[in-house]
Design a protein around this ligand. Structure first.
Ligand code: COA
Length: 207
């Protein structure tokens, strides 16, 4: 066997990367790309004290380029599997990355629900950017994705997050003891939910 191509060899095909663009008036959302690393890491480093009380504990290397690449690979795999959609948020005016928003734990079958996760860099808080971003993603979840319900959970003292969920029409539905590991410890959470049939109204209401 010399010089002949092995016709049985499997061609290595790079898996497709997810593409989605959701455009609002002041922000747009799209999946992260490798070239976003520096701006993303600088924003998160500058917002460390603002974010860490409300997020799962950061690994020591969490802001490195390698960790960002691995994060993207995980997000791309989960997107292809249909179990999550992770997007970065950018300002229309200058394309700066200002935060992130995700639909996690997407569950199909009889459930058709998912959980909403979100964060904004500290300088971008207090401008209504997350409300606009969440409205875009909720419309996508209940529209093309045909989900039926979005769950959200926040720490009882996360006033800004609670206010935002209420403004979007989320209903407080319960309380979960030691629900998720946040900043290194399992912590109680308030549970919220938004169903597709009540969202039409909620999304029409101005912020
Ligand atoms: C939760 C979080 C995203 C909320 O951010 P936020 O900027 O307060 O959220 P919104 O987009 O709803 O903005 C609302 C604020 O913008 C103000 N605002 C200014 N211009 C506005 C506009 N054009 N439209 C709407 N709101 C506007 C509102 O008055 C409101 O401020 P107020 O609460 O002081 O009245 C942010 O605090 C955060 O990232 N926290 C750390 C991470 C975190 O908690 N993640 C969630 C875990 S459950």
């Amino acid at each position: 066997m010399t010089g002949l191509p092995n016709v049985w060899a499997r061609k290595k095909v790079a898996p497709e990367k997810p593409t989605l663009l959701l455009r609002g008036s002041r922000v747009y959302l799209r999946p992260g790309r490798e070239e976003d690393w520096r701006a993303w890491a600088e924003l998160r480093a500058a917002s460390r004290d603002h974010l860490t009380p409300f997020e799962p504990q950061w690994a020591e290397d969490s802001l490195t380029e390698r960790a960002f690449r691995l994060r993207l690979e995980r997000q791309q795999r989960d997107w292809r599997l249909g179990i999550s959609r992770s997007l970065l948020i950018f300002l229309e005016e200058d394309d700066s990355v200002i935060g992130g928003i995700n639909l996690n734990n997407i569950c199909r079958g009889a459930a058709q629900y998912c959980s909403l996760g979100y964060w904004l860099g500290q300088p971008y808080q207090g401008h209504g950017y997350m409300q606009e971003s969440a409205r875009l993603l909720i419309a996508h979840a209940f529209g093309p994705m045909e989900l039926h319900r979005i769950n959200a959970a926040t720490l009882p003292h996360n006033g800004r997050s609670i206010k935002m969920l209420r403004r979007l029409g989320f209903i407080e539905e319960g309380f979960a003891k030691n629900y998720i590991q946040i900043n290194g410890a399992y912590q109680d959470h308030i549970l919220f939910g938004l169903c597709a049939d009540s969202a039409d109204h909620a999304l029409d209401v101005e912020a």
